[in-house]
Ligand binder design. Structure first.
Ligand code: 13P
Length: 251
């Protein structure tokens, strides 16, 4: 049985004050979430502040991205070892905003995935198709290509220590959620693809859904057999909504 994971991707939002209010709000209500693991991914600069506020709670934290190098002359970048050093459990890699706005390739994403694992972090690998790719009927090919980049570099076993997030790009920040059937179909495809290489790894890996998940649709999505949690953007900035999504996973 896979434990549900509900992770908040705060993206480039917040201030010292708002981050404090948000973390306090989540911490205050965490006991109502009995089944899911809850995690937050603040902007890099606020991670230590959030970490100290969450100390002693069951809430995990991670980063929204990571570089693939260990150290050195990479101005503006953050190494996986640094994230591990400040207690991060997770690092998101390959978010569609990194891929589309900053042109990050499947190969670079796979390299980040590998570097994160090497540093002891759990990568949350984001995959997902653009609207035009769905309309062309190539969703599975796109997702397969994104997964293959990691499988080719790291081998299937690497998914034993990783999380996958299926985020259809057309559903991110648009209020347009994939239907439960659309999401389940791709989640099952992902698990099936991994199972063809290693059934035990496929059975274990958590596959999160991301894209306008909110308290109104979370329960239905989380009830699907291959949806093991959520990667939440907008709704993770509101403690009550984020906690409600976590509670939707309560057994
Ligand atoms: P929204 O929940 O705001 O659609 O964002 C999803 C997302 O990109 C999480 O990584």
């Amino acid at each position: 049985m896979r434990q549900p994971l509900v992770a908040g991707n705060w993206k480039m939002n917040g201030s010292m004050d708002s981050v404090k209010t948000l973390a306090e709000g989540i911490k205050a209500g965490i006991d109502t979430v009995t089944t899911a693991e809850m995690a937050v991914c603040p902007p890099y600069v606020y991670i230590p502040q959030v970490a100290s506020m969450l100390a002693g709670s069951a809430i995990s934290y991670g980063a929204q991205d990571v570089n693939d190098q260990e150290a050195g002359a990479y101005t503006g970048e953050v190494a996986p070892g640094m994230l591990a050093d400040i207690g991060c459990k997770y690092a998101i890699v390959g978010h569609s905003e990194r891929r589309s706005i900053y042109g990050e390739s499947d190969e670079f994403t796979a390299s980040k995935f590998a570097a994160a694992r090497k540093a002891g972090l759990i990568p949350i690998l984001c995959v997902g198709e653009l609207l035009e790719e769905r309309e062309q009927g190539i969703t599975e090919q796109v997702v397969a290509r994104q997964l293959d980049a990691v499988i080719n570099l790291e081998g299937i076993e690497a998914f034993g220590g990783a999380v996958i997030a299926y985020e259809p790009v057309w559903a991110i920040g648009t209020g347009k959620t994939a239907t439960t059937d659309q999401a389940q179909e791709v989640h099952a495809f992902i698990r099936g693809k991994l199972a063809a290489l290693d059934a035990a790894v496929a059975d274990k890996v958590q596959i999160l859904y991301g894209g306008s998940m909110n308290p109104g649709n979370a329960e239905q999505l989380l009830a699907m057999p291959d949806i093991d949690g959520g990667l939440i953007g907008g709704a993770s900035l509101k403690p009550d909504d984020f906690l409600a999504i976590g509670k939707a996973a309560n057994a």
